[in-house]
Design a protein around this ligand. Structure first.
Ligand code: DAH
Length: 351
């Protein structure tokens, strides 16, 4: 369809009049489709029809039609803009919404108490020269058990009730959720040469009937130091510094003999009860003994050193495993480990 200049003028008048009558966004949108719609808008069709106009008029006519298009587009945008401004003005005039009220503050999150405690433990060991290593939570049973001297029939496996992955490899279950961080002693030694000085923080899993001191998920830090001439006194000094750093400068520590298959000798370390100061009362934290067990440790079994390919006549080492939830419970006097993972903000906000 070709157009004349006079028609352009009357088209402009008609379009602008229609736009003035378009009330509300739906009607404005209908107007846009009617005039500027990509497929069959009235102006669009005229522009398309330019090619049929007499050659000598085509350029001038094209210019007018394009100008008209720009005018219509900007008029529409202006109408929309002023409608938005009106709506906003109406909103703030309305008592229901007082835009001068201060905004609602965002509530800030914070680190979980176990994460805070973990960070403090990591910092304490890092200052003593331990670097951080991480291992997988889904582990081979050969690392979790066999490599740390807990063979299949070993009664010590009962200490770690295991959550297995239900996949059989060569007819056997071989994959599990690690029950402790100790398999990383092996992973670290496999990947490095002595001297070794690492800590391995991470989550562990056990098939537990949960109670105030047992959860099916727990967090540990494993420690391992192997070098020429590492002795029990180095283990003591390291853990003593750790205990004082976390529980106060005047802390005392005591080692009791204990058994873990991967260390010899094995010990449990306790700190003096900072609540009752060993006054022999019925303190709930130390049960009146004056001492609180906080971790297991020992000298790395020579067989493990040998299996790692190190010469056990030259290299010795110590290892330890700390339960982070336990440390956090002691620090803040938390009486039930289950609080940590119930996501109750009334509990979590206290730390
Ligand atoms: N893996 C032990 C547990 O989960 C803790 C432990 C004890 C780790 C003695 C050690 C250690 O490295 O020497 O109960």
């Amino acid at each position: 369809m070709s157009t004349t200049e006079a028609e352009v003028d009357s088209l402009r008048a008609e379009a602008l009049e229609a736009l003035a009558r378009a009330d509300g966004e739906a009607e404005r949108e209908a107007w846009r489709a009617d005039w500027l719609g990509r497929k069959d808008g009235r102006l669009t069709l005229r522009l398309r029809g330019l090619k049929d106009a007499p050659a000598e008029q085509r350029a001038a006519l094209g210019k007018s039609l394009n100008q008209l298009k720009t005018t219509l587009e900007s008029e529409l945008e202006e109408r929309r803009e002023s409608a938005r401004a009106d709506a906003l003005a109406a909103l703030s005039a309305d008592d229901a919404l007082d835009v001068s009220l201060p905004g609602r503050p965002q509530s800030l999150g914070r680190l979980h108490p176990v994460t805070q405690t973990m960070n403090d433990c990591i910092e304490a060991f890092a200052e003593m020269g331990f670097r951080v290593f991480e291992g997988p939570e889904v582990e081979w049973s050969r690392y979790n058990f066999d490599a740390v001297r807990i063979p299949d029939d070993h009664p010590a496996r009962d200490m770690w009730d295991t959550i297995w992955i239900d996949t059989l490899i060569e007819g056997e279950r071989q994959i599990l959720l690690r029950t402790h961080t100790s398999p990383n002693q092996i992973r670290v030694m496999e990947q490095s040469e002595p001297p070794v000085r690492v800590i391995v923080p991470g989550k562990c899993y056990r098939q537990e009937a949960t109670d105030a001191t047992h959860e099916w998920m727990l967090t540990q830090i494993e420690g391992l130091a192997v070098d020429e001439g590492v002795r029990m006194s180095d283990l003591k000094g390291t853990l003593y510094a750790f205990a004082r750093r976390l529980f106060g400068e005047d802390r005392q520590i005591i080692f009791h003999h204990s058994y873990f298959p991967f260390v010899e000798p094995g010990v449990e370390m306790a700190i003096d009860c900072f609540l009752c100061r060993a006054d022999g009362s019925d303190c709930r934290t130390c049960h009146g003994t004056g001492w609180i067990e906080i971790l297991g440790a020992g000298m790395v079994h020579p067989e493990i050193i040998e299996n790692a390919g190190y010469d056990s006549s030259k290299y010795t080492g110590f290892a330890f495993g700390v339960g982070i939830e336990r440390v956090a419970m002691l620090r803040w006097g938390i009486e039930d480990i289950r609080h940590f993972y119930q996501n109750d903000l009334r509990f979590l906000r206290q730390f």
